[in-house]
Unconditional design. Structure first.
Ligand SMILES: Cc1ncc(C[n+]2csc(CCOP(=O)(O)OP(=O)(O)O)c2C)c(N)n1
Ligand SMILES: [Mg+2]
Lengths: 327, 339
């Protein structure tokens, strides 16, 4: 499993076509997941990331498997971009032993340390100071790894965000703080909870660089993360990147996003990260229209097969409850 | 009387207190425009307006602290913590600030605030969104803790909590928001804090419960073969109604606490130690505690149900206690339990 995960990661790191394909795969799985929940086939809740795929592949492409990633409950796309397989992700969502932590976590709790993914955080903001701590490990041990925290726009208002970034700044830690500004924290538009337009502006308050990035463009995301990571690796300290993006689906399972103004989704969809990246690769001659169609079909088939395999897989037994509580 | 769901009963209680007292204000994440993630503030913004009903950023420490300051200076804030785990980032304000202000002001400052939180397992939210966490608050003098168990007492206890001059934590089992029941509305419906209820009476054992386990105990005793139980819904966990519990145990001679939390550090330990100390001579069997095991709440539906003390489990353990006079083993200690 781990070699497949690493190979998937390497593909995203080295090949823009693989980034395109991975985005298609993420979208396909997320659409499937929403369907599974809608049909009542899965217990609990889920937070999907349709519309935010470019952030996921751009970040994963710019990092090494030895870098640490602290991600949120909206983590399926990031996990797959980092290399986790649809089976590992869907298996976890469906509570099957083939899931990334054996099916005991559910949709919000993915992890695979072979590609640097720490247990994803279901508490808003919690991953920000944890990333500072992971960066401390790199600093103390003298490796040139970095730690990345991924969090939402809403998380920029919680104490952990401030405390974590300030600590990273004052200790000059090799961290990259990445805010995925998808315009909403749960049902609240960002403007109702945050008095400034750009969260990246807060970087000034910590004396670190801040940058607004077009989160719908996988190339721009990659470039921004790569340069912030390079800065961190060379000992120049943390940065704050704000990816402007958009959450196509509701916040969670049951949310149909009635609070969204009419036309807003359509406007963002015109700059759909998958369509526009595909068109660019075609224009560059890296893919043909035929490849685009083929990728859509083969990816959907692969994802469908993974979902079917999960549905047939075993659920963890009672003993799993008592495992991994204390080391 | 009115028939409503528990979330509606909570919204009705808050609305009635807001009508009665202009100092009552409400804030939390998505409680105003969206009327609460669990619809426990439906209608409040429309009726009372944005001055008194506010959405907050995702900033529990910030808004909990604001509740402390507002309460200390005259308002009666009602705050909502969407899932009780999120109280973790705001705990200081509740247990170290609010609960101590009266003491640290020589009795001159009161903090009449309410912290409502949804709690508990059963809905597949995974281990960071399914705990009860009353243990974070029990043992914090200066704080009252309420556990509601259905529409009726959710209404009455919420109103009492808002009227109380102390900080009060109200824990609402999330799995019960949709349950319907008859509610006594109006001031007659207010249920005093610190007093238990007895939703079923019986002779063979006292079942002490609260929150989600009240239903469990009623189901277990309702179907019981050959025994009857005095079911005591504590309603207020701190301070708890020792008089009602002791009187019941003196009559039945047996005690089981039924708790949703893990065994270690659970509230039932306090009840058992008090009963043993005060009513030792009346006990005909060792008091027992029926709880979850000391593990994280599992995600899968079947495992999550297994984790929670069920009515069948209560019936089995009580049956064995009555038959043998000895404390039965916990389910997870029995041979073959883990396969
Ligand atoms: C401390 C804490 N408070 C509240 C929540 C409930 N909650 C989960 S996600 C969410 C919205 C977060 O918004 P944002 O940070 O923008 O991330 P997004 O969900 O948009 O990816 C909220 C309020 C939580 N999980 N943790
Ligand atoms: Mg957001």
């Amino acid at each position: 499993m781990s070699s497949e995960v690493l190979a998937r990661r390497e593909a995203v790191r080295s090949d823009r076509r693989a980034r395109y394909e991975r985005m298609v795969e993420i979208r396909a799985l997320e659409d499937k997941v929403r369907g599974l929940f809608a049909e009542g086939l899965v217990h609990g809740t889920t937070h999907t990331c349709q519309g935010q795929e470019a952030v996921a592949v751009g970040v994963a492409a710019a990092l090494r498997p030895s870098d640490a990633v602290c991600c949120t409950y909206r983590g399926h796309g990031h996990a797959m971009a980092l290399g986790l397989t649809p089976l590992q992700v869907c298996g976890e969502i469906m509570g099957r032993t083939v899931g990334s932590i054996g099916g005991v976590g559910g949709s919000m709790h993915l992890c695979d340390m072979s590609v640097g993914l720490l247990p994803t955080f279901a508490i808003v903001g919690a991953g920000v100071p944890v990333a500072a701590g992971a960066a401390l490990t790199a600093q103390v041990r003298g490796t040139d790894d970095v730690a990345v925290a991924l969090f939402g726009d809403g998380a920029a208002n919680i104490g952990a965000f401030h405390e974590g970034i300030n600590l990273a700044a004052i200790w000059n830690l090799p961290a990259v703080f990445i805010c995925e500004n998808n315009q909403y924290g749960e049902y609240s538009p960002i403007a109702t909870t945050t008095p400034i337009a750009n969260i990246a502006d807060r970087a000034g308050g910590y004396g670190i660089p801040g940058e607004v990035v077009d989160g719908q463009d996988a190339d721009l995301v990659f470039a921004a993360v790569e340069s912030a990571a390079a800065r961190a690796r060379s000992g120049d300290g943390p940065s704050l990147l704000e990816m402007k993006t958009y959450r196509y689906a509701g916040h969670s399972r049951s949310d149909t996003a009635p609070y969204r103004p009419e036309g807003e989704f359509e406007e963002w969809y015109q700059r759909d990260p998958i369509n526009s990246f595909g068109a660019r690769l075609v224009a560059e001659g890296l893919l043909t229209e035929g490849d685009i169609d083929e990728i859509a079909v083969s990816t959907a088939a692969r994802v469908d097969a993974a979902v079917e395999e999960c549905a047939a897989a075993a659920a963890p037994g009672v003993a799993s409850m008592f495992e991994n509580v204390l080391v | 009387m009115a028939r409503m769901r528990m979330n509606q009963a909570i919204a009705a209680a808050i609305a009635d207190e807001m009508r009665a007292n202009p100092d009552v204000v409400v804030f939390g994440e998505d409680v105003a425009v969206a009327e609460g993630p669990f619809k426990t503030s439906a209608g409040l913004l429309a009726e009372f307006g944005p001055l008194r009903v506010r959405d907050t950023p995702i900033a529990e420490m910030g808004f909990m602290g604001a509740a402390v300051g507002a309460a200390a200076t005259g308002l009666r804030p009602v705050t909502e913590i969407m899932f009780v785990e999120f109280l973790g980032v705001a705990l200081d304000q509740l247990v170290t600030e609010a609960a101590k202000f009266n003491y640290l002001s020589g009795g001159t400052v009161t903090v009449p605030m309410v912290m409502r939180a949804s709690v508990g397992a059963g809905l597949g939210f995974g281990c960071q969104h399914s705990q009860v966490m009353e243990s974070w608050m029990v043992g914090s003098p200066g704080l009252k803790i309420v556990m509601v168990s259905g529409p009726h007492n959710a209404y009455g206890l919420t109103r009492a909590a808002i009227r109380d001059d102390n900080p009060v934590a109200v824990l609402e089992p999330r799995a019960l928001y949709a349950t319907r029941g008859e509610v006594t509305v109006g001031v007659e419906g207010i249920i005093p804090l610190g007093r238990a209820a007895r939703p079923a009476s019986g002779d063979d054992i006292t079942l002490v419960c609260g929150g989600s386990t009240v239903r469990t105990c009623l189901a277990a005793s309702g179907d019981a073969d050959g025994w009857t139980a005095d079911v005591i819904d504590l309603q207020t966990l701190q301070p708890w109604d020792a008089e009602t519990v002791l009187n019941s145990v003196r009559r039945t001679g047996r005690l089981a606490t039924v708790e949703e939390c893990p065994y270690s550090g659970g509230w039932g330990a306090d009840i058992v130690s008090t009963v043993v100390a005060e009513a030792f001579g009346d006990l005909q069997a060792p008091p027992i505690r029926l709880t979850a095991p000391d593990v994280h709440v599992p995600f899968g539906k079947e495992l999550e149900q297994r984790y929670l003390p069920s009515a069948e489990y209560v019936a089995t353990q009580v049956g064995e206690l009555l038959a043998t006079g000895e404390a039965p083993a916990h389910w997870w200690e029995r041979d073959g339990a883990l396969v």
